[in-house]
Ligand binder design. Sequence first.
Ligand SMILES: Nc1ncnc2c1ncn2[C@@H]1O[C@H](COP(=O)(O)OP(=O)(O)OP(=O)(O)O)[C@@H](O)[C@H]1O
Ligand SMILES: [Mg+2]
Length: 313
Amino acid sequence: MIEVDGLTKFYGQKAAIEEVSFEVAKGEVVGFLGPNGAGKTTTMRILACFMPPTSGTARLAGLDIGKQSLEVRRRIGYLPESVPLYGDMTVRQYLTFAAEAKGVPRPERSGRVAGVMERCLIADVQERLIRNLSKGYRQRVGLAQALVGDPEVLILDEPTLGLDPKQIIEIRSLIRDMRGERTVILSTHILPEVSMVCQRVIIINDGRIVAVDTPENLNLRLQKSSRILLEVEGPAEDVRRTLAGVKGVLAVTPQEARDGRRRFLVETDREQDLRKDLARAVANSGWGLTELRPVDLTLEDIFIRLVTREEEA
Ligand SMILES: Nc1ncnc2c1ncn2[C@@H]1O[C@H](COP(=O)(O)OP(=O)(O)OP(=O)(O)O)[C@@H](O)[C@H]1O
Ligand SMILES: [Mg+2]
């Protein structure tokens, strides 16, 4: 449904994105994840036909962004990073205008507008002038505008930015529920958002794609070691050395002390369960073991690993 092939965009001498390629299947909700300045907005603006690439191509719903840009703009829904709204219109007038621009037939417009206002939680402000709305409400009007043409493909640039916690939950579940119904690509730099909403993640850093996978697979793929947290009452350096000496231990990182107790993060070969060996080593030295538990890698750890690896390369 979305096929992106080798997109590159230069601003002057500097490439904002380079050779970006990926595909999104029909009905999939995909997250476009990356730190500030990674190239998310640049990629999305190109896909939404608001700016041409320097090179490369993309097709959305079978339409070529270079050759059929007007048709792409009419057929897809796009929530830009900063929503350009018409301040002197009321919410309802603006959405009716957007529906017309998207080619919604006149008899269906008012019903369609009422429907998207309901879903985006803005029915209560429909007669207010847009310029008097708070940032969160404007964001939701932008989302309603993206949905009003009932598009097959939705491109959402940071859809939860500026919303309060309750609205974030509601908008996330609205997007999540589009699975199977629309093809969605949404950008974010909030890691938990991706696990909550998306079936796949595309990770971009410094203008290049560094990984494409499901949140679960990324976890597995990158978790070459497993980690165990121990809390030990004993002399820190001796404990560290003893733990590091256990067969199968790859690394030991002392953590911040809490209530005078020392914690150690032990990385081990993931094939082996070293919990008993570690406990025995501590006991044999006569120290107290107050905690021992496995720790999962978070998406945050994975992201840092991916990005670090990319920078080392
Ligand atoms: N109009 C422009 N002129 C020059 N450089 C630009 C322009 N727009 C973006 N850039 C640069 O391109 C790179 C990618 O920017 P982009 O806005 O796509 O990142 P982003 O991933 O959306 O970041 P954020 O999370 O901050 O929104 C950045 O280095 C940015 O400084
Ligand atoms: Mg951006």
